[in-house]
Write a protein that binds this ligand. Sequence first.
Ligand code: AMP
Length: 229
Amino acid sequence: MTGLDRGGLTVILIGPPGAGKGTQGALLATAFGWERLVTGDLLRSAIREGTELGKRARAYMDAGDLVPDELMIALVQERLRGFPFDRGVVFDGFPRTVAQADALSVALPSVERSLDAVLLLEAADAVLVKRIGGRRSCPQCGRVYNVYSDPPISDGSCDECAARLDHRKDDHPDTVRHRLKVYADLTEPLMAHYEDRAFPVLRVNGEGSLEQVRTAVVGALTSHLGVEV
Ligand code: AMP
């Protein structure tokens, strides 16, 4: 075995909204050449493109509810088939329910993969609400900023493509509180689900700076997998 860049690793990132899954998933993908499967991004681009999936998903997302399992499972099954076997993959935002976890445990072997790690990013609700309140994203390239911790150079527009930054509808305070409740009710049970199957959940404190969290994430993965960075 070599490091985290060895072929075919499969890692799930779980965490409440605002815990930093997107940021940490992107850092892992860049550092180790992994693919990312980001269900929130797939849904947002389906909405932008006006596809059937986008039309069906939109109302759930705007309300801060989960999109029904059968739509999500079909989406992920289709995406997984296109992934190169020799590259790692990090799941960001899937699974979010026990039914999705069960479907994934069937889908992975069908594409000759197996699960290597489940990593949970934890943060207190007050930290999450503040972070999400500051979050802005580019509707064109998808880059995410935070007005407190990672602002764009020019106020309100994207550094990469100059598009006007959006405050996602589901990032408004009432919807965020609802999303946290949905997370507690439907996604938190995943931890017991994996642990009951003797699959350890790697718990990482997501409250620090981007760099502190990155170091903790890489440390947890390397010690769990018994590899060097
Ligand atoms: P995210 O960008 O991961 O916060 O996802 C934004 C929204 O997309 C969520 O609040 C859900 O409405 C929807 N979504 C993303 N992934 C899933 C999933 N695995 N299951 C159900 N809904 C999802």
